[in-house]
Design a protein. Sequence first.
Length: 574
Amino acid sequence: MDTKVFDKSRLPSRHVTEGPERAPHRSFLYAMGLTEEEIHRPLVGVVTCWNETAPCNITLKRQSAVAKEGVNTAGGTPREFTTITVTDGIAMGHEGMKSSLVSRDLISDSVELTMRGHCYDAMVGIAGCDKSLPGLMMSMVRLNVPSVFMYGGSILPGRFKDRDVTVVDVYEAVGEHFAGKMSDEDLHELECVACPSGGSCGGQFTANTMACVSEAIGLALPGSAGTPAVYESRDEYARASGEAVMACLAKGIRPRDIVTRKALENAAVIVAATGGSTNAGLHLPAIANEAGIEFDLLDVCEIFKKTPYIADLKPGGKYVAKDMHEVGGVPVLMKTLLDAGYLHGDCLTVSGKSIAENLADVTFPEDQDVIYPATKPITPTGGVVGLTGNLAPDGAIVKIAGMKTLKHTGPARVFECEEDCFEAVLKENYAEGDVLVIRNEGPRGGPGMREMLSTTAALYGQGVGEKVALITDGRFSGGTRGFCVGHINPEAATGGPIGLLKDGDIITIDAVAGTIDADLSDEEWEKRRKAYKPHKNNYQSGALWRYAQTVGEARRGAITHPGAHGESHVFTDI
């Protein structure tokens, strides 16, 4: 690209590269081997979440190197930096999970500070694990510099006893093992083969859900979400992403031109159509907040109600991300939804084209059963459902993809934290029909809103995944299946009804009607409310304490700042 199209006098990097007063700043850039020409080009941040914590992130360094080549050939000067990731699979099942959701906002904040501090003009963001995807997208919309997002890619499926497996199979195997249904030898064999390569968890868990969202919302290039992490063909998308961000810079295309109300609705459609992670009910409102758009959990769930479930993906279905990639990936999914009238085709994307233009030449493959036609869905409504009622006045969410039982009534078994419930489950200290209640795990009360995959997977492994229910003001992993209701709003720590429940209270969950209620009179609720004393957690200092002071309810995305509503300026306009 001709660098003359870029007017440095109008770009943020002028504050560090232009004029005699910036000689000290340029000296640092010369020290790193930059030429005079490179210094006076646009400076493009290329941020990844590369680290050695888990396979989700291990391939990102290679991909960022290729993205930098794309930036360079298109007339920009790439400046690579990294940010953290807390990998849910390793944080799961212990207090480390309290750090997971907190990391989403720290990722956004750290990217913002790096971009602001060094006055970069545009950004390519490459993410692998669950919270890093929304974290990077949030920072893009917050800064509103020309940006392109790219997913690092999914892991390849493992093979165990002639079937494809993912890490969720290992979590469920723990329950089978404790129930005496799996030997030590089989459990060990499974753990050794479940994750055979680099890349993010292979089912339609949170990482792959948000990867699909990145294409549907328009921040990622068409087709970039599907290619497995270890395929060298993924490098083509990395290079193209680097080139695309320079085209966005030249054309003045910014994230808030892309992330509109209609784009957020498109994203919610994709989540429901794929039976995606309930965590999208947190992340879409958080992304919307960065753009100053009102779009909360209840708005997301309204779209879920109207969307057909068409992608037969794990954990509720048969296939993994690699399988969807092999039949055409997200573009095929979006094409059938667009043709059936479920998507807004006029939304702008980072390709410079609209959704409809991107999909114009995509054809739907007939000889496959990974993605169903939107006119002949697996089920007529989405794989994720919103609930409201006297137990969740501000909403809750449940994934029903693959479930047969959509209604449940039973007595409450109340636990004050996840560990107590997990111990009871491992000891099979519950009865069929029970509603297990885990509270004090919300954004503020946890703090950090833990996921409960260890507990839910153990129930499924014991064969009771649809014979008991589990409800919480915390979260569930995208890998969770069974009658598991999360994000109950308001949370116990802020006086929500879940904090007032007692053992034996009769709870009814109806995923068809979209309701969740406890059989208590108004007088009884009021009596308990007057006697209620919030639980005090053990985090009274440090990062988790600080998070708890600012975080809001899950309904609005567990956000920690006012977003665009509170802005007096936008970084890109400095």
